[in-house]
Design a protein around this ligand. Sequence first.
Ligand code: SF4
Ligand code: SF4
Length: 365
Amino acid sequence: MYYKQYGDTDMKVSAAGFGCMRYDEEDVKADRLEKCAEVLLYAHEKGINYFDTAPFYCDDKSESITGIALSQLPRDSFYISSKANMGTLISGEAVKDGFRRRLEMTLSRLKVDYLDFYHLWCILSMESFNKQCEDLYGFYEDAKREGLIRNIVFSSHMQGSHLEDAIATGRFKGMLIGYNALNYRFRQSGIAAAHERGMGVIVMNPLGGGLIPQNPDKFRYLAEGSDLTVAQAALRFVASHKEITITLAGCTTKEHVDDACKAMEGLQEKTAAEIYQEYENKGTSLDDLCTGCGYCNKCPCGIEIPKYMDAYNMSLLGSSALERLSDHWQVPAAKVAECVRCGKCEGLCTQHLPIMDRLAEIGAL
Ligand code: SF4
Ligand code: SF4
């Protein structure tokens, strides 16, 4: 296993982390929790020492499964991370008590006395970031003072420029973001800013929600010159960023653990700028996809074009554009009807994409 330093701390973490959100569905349903825990134990045996879970994952059983495995391991041989936000508070209690009870429940399920990392979870906008910081950050600090958590971190789905604003607050030791060969241009400025500040950067969704391995021909270029599968190459693509500390692999089976380990073998770190250059120059495979560069984002009608084009990418790859807009970006599809076809965006598009027609197609959906 390849290890990296977590930000400016002295923690050595495995370049591949174990995402505890993909325990086998059938086993979870049937309450075969020990069987699920075996996959985590196998990962630990292979050198993975970072485990990421949360309330509600796997029918709300992920923390318990993870705890079954962790209780069999020396406490100083792993790092464990979980998450909270306003939505996870125990209902019917004051915010302070609700937060505290949620944390205690997490610790008890995980069978540990403290968490190495506790996330302010799932920040979708700066508005929500500011609000949740205001309402909850103080309770994270209290828990840290009491030794119940070691590091306060956040997880987010915002794009690079907004991530930079969150990072600039200087309140977090690390961040967890979605990053992969599909969306890397959206978030590169964010990972660069976090790295400069000495933060750890953890990546979820390195396989683009499964779209990358499901479209091997489109993404074959990632594996060029290696003996890796497309899925393994996609993990290595992310992990090879100097700015990225841990790439989380959601592992259902021991084979998934093997894939993650294989992807980290002989890892060569490069800066995000070098990687951008390398893939930009290679790339013809993704010619019809929006690269997320953001140059077109100057619409006089206020349409956030890169978000709609990212959703269109999803439809080209066989997924739902509308779900992407509503669930991920949380912008209304109907907004595209406000386009007056001035053509400004197409004049700015680095990929010369037919933006107006694509927006119209989304409108027709
Ligand atoms: S063509 Fe439509 S989307 Fe593009 S800049 Fe003009 S109004 Fe905005
Ligand atoms: S300029 Fe083109 S490639 Fe870049 S974000 Fe806009 S539509 Fe996508």
